[in-house]
Ligand binder design. Structure first.
Ligand code: GLU
Length: 437
């Protein structure tokens, strides 16, 4: 792996850059440079054909100064320790930026879930949960969905954990189905939070959102809701893609919902040109659209570019070809350090992942809170609280960016380091008082 593409090396560089502008206690810096705990487990799985495969599972508990470790579990063949370490570090920063009382954690299994049957996926998840049981729990470490994982998988984790704990423990995971203690609004949260973040930053830049063009790479849970909400807010979504490719309609995609339905039916976005409820390739010419690859979508002449798929989408190779003036990072770690430097020199505004996609974990916190306090909030209430959290976080980061004259990513890190330092100092004072007694 090239150094620039190694997410853990990059995460460390980002931390060092921020710590130059906002010096922190050396002990705190050392803690942030080294995850609290790294757990690696083996996950043997008996396949439907009788053979046995063994997968590697990871959980990195990066830091718990602000609260229990919190972050998703991903199933992907590319999952490795450096990736999970970086993702867990970004969760520590993200949770501090959006203001939830959680630390940072992340985990995953290096498996391609698309190659597993439903039964194999369930057995894999249950075995992984048994292996993680000693290190997770509502007050210890609370997993959630991430790439290729969902509510159903969270429900299996909840089942298996509850069996071992001896009682139903809904607060051990978030992103659960409603009937298992999930929160209304959690499926929409990351995408909706991203739209709140973008609108709020645009407002501070005194830019009107109406008519701004948007291209989105990634049409999973995050990209699809985001597209819907941006469309609703009056922006013009012109291009959408998934891993197999996508569509570009310069005049604007009329209905995100129809594209979504078409993708569900055909398994891909390519060809989903919709006129009314009829979506197929034959409409392409009529709409003046064309097919586009998931790499080329990044280089379209749009106002706002949204990488909402995996890490390292924007690299030094394609950064110079980016025409958007704003990048909304909905994936975690989509921009390499070299690409980031190019965007800075070109004056492209990057709304960083740790701010842009923090709506997901914000509503995870609401879910956890409702579980712990046995409450049920309505969807409107959840959305209102989410909006408040996103707007406050954006204002804070924007202010810091002006005051320190740094890009939004560095500002977000400074905002996080401030919260972590305050909590850390508070904890030290309390322990010094105890010692004196
Ligand atoms: N996987 C999501 C993220 O990267 C959500 C994590 C959570 O809700 O704990 O932010």
């Amino acid at each position: 792996m090239m150094t620039d593409n190694n997410p853990w090396t990059r995460a460390q560089k980002q931390l060092q850059t921020a710590a130059k502008n906002f010096p922190i206690d050396p002990m705190l810096l050392a803690r942030l440079q080294n995850p609290d705990r790294i757990v690696e487990v083996s996950v043997p799985l008996s396949m439907d054909d009788g053979s046995i495969n063994v997968y590697q599972g990871f959980r990195v508990q990066h830091n718990n100064i602000l609260g229990p470790y919190k972050g998703g579990l991903r199933y992907h063949p590319r999952v490795d320790m450096d990736e999970v370490k970086a993702l867990s570090f970004w969760m520590t920063i993200k949770n501090a930026v959006v203001g939830v009382p959680f630390g940072g954690g992340k985990g995953g299994v290096n498996v391609d879930p698309k190659k597993l049957s439903a039964g194999e996926l369930e057995r894999l998840t249950r075995e992984f949960t048994r292996k993680l049981f000693p290190v997770i729990g509502p007050e210890i470490d609370v997993p959630a969905p991430d790439v290729n994982t969902n509510g159903k998988i969270m429900a299996w984790i909840l089942d298996e954990y509850s069996k071992l704990a001896g009682h139903e423990t809904p607060a051990v995971v978030t992103g659960k189905p409603l009937e298992r203690g999930g929160s209304l609004g959690r499926p929409e949260a990351t995408g909706l939070g991203g739209s709140y973040a973008l609108l709020s930053i645009l407002k501070m830049m005194r830019k009107r959102p109406e008519g701004l063009t948007v291209a989105i790479q990634g049409f999973g849970n995050v990209g699809s809701y985001l597209a819907e909400y941006l469309h609703e807010a009056g922006l013009k979504v012109v291009a959408l893609s998934d891993s197999k490719g996508g569509i570009y309609v310069p005049a604007g995609i009329a209905s995100i919902h129809e594209v979504q339905r078409c993708k569900e039916k055909s398994g891909k976005i390519g060809g989903c040109y919709c006129i009314g409820s009829v979506c197929d390739l034959s409409n392409m010419k009529k709409l003046g659209g064309r097919e586009i690859s998931s790499e080329k979508i990044l280089e379209l002449p749009v106002d706002i570019l949204v990488p909402a798929a995996l890490e390292n989408a924007l690299t030094k190779e394609n950064a110079k070809k980016i025409k958007a003036s704003i990048i909304l990072e909905m994936a975690n770690g989509p921009t390499t350090a070299e690409a980031d430097a190019i965007f800075k020199s070109k004056g492209i505004i990057v709304i960083p992942d740790v701010l842009a996609n923090s709506g997901g974990v914000a509503v995870s916190y609401f879910e956890w809170y409702q579980n712990v306090h046995k409450k049920h909030w309505g969807k409107k209430d959840v959305f209102k609280k989410l909006k408040g959290k996103m707007e406050r976080a954006c204002e804070k980061v924007h202010d810091i960016s002006l005051r320190y004259k740094v890009p939004l990513r560095e500002a977000a890190y400074i905002s996080a380091l401030k919260s972590l330092s305050e909590k850390n100092a508070g904890a030290h004072k309390a322990s010094a008082r105890k010692k004196r007694r």
